[in-house]
Design a binder for this molecule. Structure first.
Ligand code: ZN
Length: 66
Protein backbone atom coordinates (compact mmCIF):
# COMPACT_ATOMS: atom_id res chain seq x y z
CA UNK A 1 0.00 0.00 0.00
CA UNK A 2 1.20 3.49 -0.83
CA UNK A 3 2.37 5.67 2.00
CA UNK A 4 0.23 8.55 3.11
CA UNK A 5 1.69 11.71 1.53
CA UNK A 6 0.90 13.69 4.66
CA UNK A 7 2.17 11.64 7.59
CA UNK A 8 4.10 8.97 5.61
CA UNK A 9 2.36 6.13 7.36
CA UNK A 10 1.67 3.13 5.20
CA UNK A 11 -1.28 1.91 7.20
CA UNK A 12 -4.65 3.50 6.86
CA UNK A 13 -8.19 3.17 5.63
CA UNK A 14 -8.43 2.47 1.93
CA UNK A 15 -11.38 4.74 1.51
CA UNK A 16 -9.23 7.76 2.30
CA UNK A 17 -6.54 6.89 -0.26
CA UNK A 18 -4.04 8.21 -0.98
CA UNK A 19 -4.27 9.44 2.60
CA UNK A 20 -4.39 7.22 5.66
CA UNK A 21 -7.28 9.00 7.29
CA UNK A 22 -9.78 11.78 6.96
CA UNK A 23 -7.51 13.94 9.09
CA UNK A 24 -4.64 13.68 6.62
CA UNK A 25 -7.04 14.26 3.76
CA UNK A 26 -8.25 17.38 5.54
CA UNK A 27 -4.69 18.52 6.15
CA UNK A 28 -3.95 18.24 2.45
CA UNK A 29 -7.14 20.06 1.56
CA UNK A 30 -6.31 22.75 4.09
CA UNK A 31 -2.94 23.24 2.45
CA UNK A 32 -4.59 24.11 -0.82
CA UNK A 33 -7.59 25.92 0.54
CA UNK A 34 -5.37 27.89 2.89
CA UNK A 35 -3.75 29.50 -0.12
CA UNK A 36 -0.20 28.78 1.05
CA UNK A 37 0.61 27.36 -2.36
CA UNK A 38 -1.56 29.70 -4.37
CA UNK A 39 1.42 31.94 -5.15
CA UNK A 40 4.38 29.70 -6.05
CA UNK A 41 6.91 32.53 -5.72
CA UNK A 42 6.11 32.95 -2.05
CA UNK A 43 7.41 30.38 0.40
CA UNK A 44 5.12 29.06 3.11
CA UNK A 45 5.46 30.85 6.44
CA UNK A 46 7.72 29.22 9.02
CA UNK A 47 4.80 28.32 11.22
CA UNK A 48 3.00 26.49 8.45
CA UNK A 49 4.85 23.23 9.00
CA UNK A 50 4.39 23.58 12.73
CA UNK A 51 0.68 23.85 12.12
CA UNK A 52 0.69 20.57 10.22
CA UNK A 53 2.95 18.94 12.77
CA UNK A 54 0.57 19.92 15.53
CA UNK A 55 -2.29 18.35 13.64
CA UNK A 56 -0.29 15.19 13.07
CA UNK A 57 1.03 14.86 16.60
CA UNK A 58 -2.57 15.08 17.65
CA UNK A 59 -3.21 12.02 15.54
CA UNK A 60 -0.13 10.28 16.86
CA UNK A 61 -1.36 10.78 20.39
CA UNK A 62 -4.62 9.14 19.43
CA UNK A 63 -2.82 6.26 17.73
CA UNK A 64 -0.85 5.50 20.89
CA UNK A 65 -4.08 4.95 22.78
CA UNK A 66 -4.77 1.84 20.70
ZN1 ZN B 1 -1.66 10.10 7.06
Amino acid sequence: MAKCPICKKSDGAEKFRPFCSKRCSDVDLHRWMGGHYAVPAVEPPDDFDAEIEAALSDQDAQDKLH
